[in-house]
Design a protein around this ligand. Sequence first.
Ligand SMILES: [Zn+2]
Length: 156
Amino acid sequence: MDQKFLEEMENFFNERLEDLDFYQSTYSPVKAQGGGDIVDQLNAEVDNAFQLKIKKRNSAYRQKLIAAMEKIQNKTYGHCEECGEEIGEQRLRARPTAQMCICCKEELEGIENSTADSPQRVLSFSAKNPPTSWSATACEQSETKGLSEDWKKFVG
Ligand SMILES: [Zn+2]
């Protein structure tokens, strides 16, 4: 991956983290005033539920940002966690925390949407040791993946 692009993404992640920290520091549960009427109490409850929801979503996003930054550090950022192929700058600009190339992502979503297969089956093909010597394209690789548990033997 292009060093300049990586630096750009790292800056982007840093800024997003600062945004999240800022939001987190302004988070405060709304307390219904003692003696307030039922509408005040309900409003406070709704506000709190809403803030809690955002807080949860932010903390999930925060995890993704941190994971992406760690990947930049250990030079795995921008590689698909499934097939090990480069995800591509264009996709990363659109989805900076993308973990998979578009082929693997679509395949996974297809399987998640069907009840016939379990997503674990696909997820078990970890890209911890991506098969970098393959000459097949990412899409071709992802096609071979679902065929056999014994996929290494199958393709090699
Ligand atoms: Zn992939």
